[in-house]
Design a protein around this ligand. Structure first.
Ligand SMILES: [Zn+2]
Length: 86
């Protein structure tokens, strides 16, 4: 039978307390820091689309709805372009 089981080894490690180094950024030039307005332009180092979030190399967590969680615990509200009809 030609069943190809593509097993994605996305280890569902339920680690609630993942210690992160100061900066995961190894890019040149350096990506925008977490407190930069362009923070979300940093590279994704760990994408979890199935959970709706991605970790950027500046320790910012970006959510599907464009909300962000900064390394210091601050939360940025979603700011995706919404089709707001007045
Ligand atoms: Zn980077």
């Amino acid at each position: 039978m030609g069943t190809t089981t593509t097993q994605l080894d996305t280890a569902t490690t339920a680690t609630g307390t993942t210690r992160l180094p100061d900066s995961l950024c190894t890019h040149t030039p350096k990506c925008p820091s977490a407190d930069s307005p362009a923070a979300e332009a940093a590279r994704v180092v760990a994408g979890h689309p199935e959970q709706g979030w991605s970790l950027l190399c500046n320790d910012v967590v970006v959510f599907d709805d464009t909300g962000e969680l900064l390394p210091d615990g601050r939360v940025i509200d979603p700011h995706r372009p919404l089709a707001i009809t007045a």
